[in-house]
Design a protein around this ligand. Structure first.
Ligand SMILES: [Zn+2]
Length: 421
């Protein structure tokens, strides 16, 4: 499989504004938390030295150079800024307003106003980077939001954006209107050679990641079925990779997942219908799974589930595919499909991963260095390591024992600037 040799240019474009903004700031800070999770391991008694927008040193014997300011983070654990793997900043919870109504009846201006507040909530929850997988009918507004964040106009995480996302013609929604009447859709429709055109248009507009739907239900209430063909997915993935972009595929059926794996994509989103054989293929081809446990949990609750066991079928399917993927040693991306549930509540996915049997330490790895590696941004963020951007979060307590501790955010730094204290 062709790896993304050209992704460096993309990453440079993604981070250049932040780097420029922090150049004028060469303050040196010595951070003194109780412990440091460096992206893979917990270290008691470590200190971290930050100069300007970068981490310059981390370890037990790091001392404050002359002129450095010391920041006491007593009883707190310092971690790399968390990375949300699957968000929709242009959606809000479906129990507030249905997805159809959001797509059909909310203006892009209204949706953008909401997205600005959601970006801030995400950052304050300790998530300093977010991969936002489609505006769901809000056009290319994510590109402008990303720019506003990078220019310091509004507060938010570093963003990897997908813009409109791509679906097979006729396969998505909203549906149920007079046949032949054109109704606004939640993503860009394309077929045949048009799929590659759509990929290139979205990349030209500013997409960092290309999101495609390999399957969907053709009508409300139906089972999901494959939508884009194997050839369409392959051609789209090649076009994205040629441009140095990664590819995220929505797939809930075994056949949709098979086609995505064969196309050589980076991540599969949801994967609820994955089988043992499909997960073995994902492991073999290095495709990561973003299990979005919180999405199925939230939707089930909106439909009346009170959270008691036994859980509804859809929730059980999400849990068991997650377990099967872990048993097959598939790399796990941490991303909850935030937007289906409230922005700022991103930790919900991590809690569900832990509840479904993933040790806390593995969850911490997934949401920091793991996501960074899968998204090809690990040379910039995701670890506490000299040379990386100073994106850091401090939480009260030790999340290595229980990831629920990640809700106790006390301090957030992005690119060397303290954004929450
Ligand atoms: Zn999604």
């Amino acid at each position: 499989m062709k790896k993304l040799a050209t992704s460096l240019a993309l990453i440079a474009a993604f981070f250049c504004v932040a780097a420029t903004a922090a150049e004028s700031n060469d303050t040196t800070l010595l951070l003194r938390p109780a412990r440091v999770f460096d992206g893979t391991t917990m270290h008691e008694g470590w200190r971290v030295l930050v100069k300007g927008d970068r981490i310059v040193a981390a370890g037990a014997d790091v001392t404050a150079p002359a002129g450095a300011r010391e920041v006491e983070l007593a009883n707190q654990t310092l971690l790399p800024g968390l990375i949300e793997g699957h968000s929709h900043l242009f959606l809000h919870p479906y129990n507030e307003r249905s997805w159809d109504d959001q797509v059909l009846h909310e203006s892009i201006a209204l949706r953008t106003a909401r997205a600005v507040t959601f970006a801030r909530a995400t950052l304050l929850a300790g998530f300093t980077t977010a991969r936002d997988l489609g505006t769901e009918g809000a056009g290319f507004a994510d590109i402008g939001l990303k720019q506003a964040i990078d220019e310091g106009i509004v507060a938010g995480p570093r963003m990897l954006v997908a813009t409109r996302a791509i679906v097979a013609t006729g396969a998505y929604g909203p549906k149920g209107f007079e046949p032949g009447v054109e109704v606004p859709q939640g993503a860009e429709e394309a077929s045949g050679e048009g799929v590659v055109l759509a990929v290139r248009r979205q990349i030209a507009a500013g997409a960092d990641v290309v999101k495609l739907y390999a399957d969907y239900r053709w009508r409300p209430g139906e089972e999901g079925r494959p939508t884009l063909s194997a050839a369409e997915l392959r051609a789209a993935t090649e076009a994205a990779h040629d441009a140095g972009r990664t590819v995220a595929i929505h797939a809930s059926t075994a056949e949709g997942m098979r086609r995505a794996i064969a196309a050589g994509v980076e991540t599969i989103e949801h994967g609820y219908g994955g089988t043992k054989e499909v997960f073995a293929l994902m492991k073999e081809r290095g495709v990561a799974l973003c299990p979005t446990l919180a999405a199925s949990d939230a939707v089930a609750r909106y439909q009346g589930w009170d959270g008691r066991e036994p859980a509804p079928k859809a929730v059980e399917a999400a849990r068991s595919s997650f377990k099967a993927a872990r048993a097959a040693q598939v790399s796990i991306c941490a991303g909850g499909d935030v937007g289906v549930f409230a922005h700022g509540d991103n930790v919900r996915e991590l809690e569900l991963m832990q509840a479904a049997g993933m040790p806390a330490r593995d969850v911490l790895i997934a949401v920091t260095s793991g996501n960074a590696k899968i998204f090809r941004i690990d040379s910039k963020v995701g670890s506490v390591r000299p040379g990386l951007l100073a994106d850091l979060v401090a939480v009260e307590g030790n999340p290595n024992e229980d990831v629920r501790v990640l809700r106790q955010v006390r301090w957030v730094m992005k690119g060397g600037a303290i954004v929450a204290n």
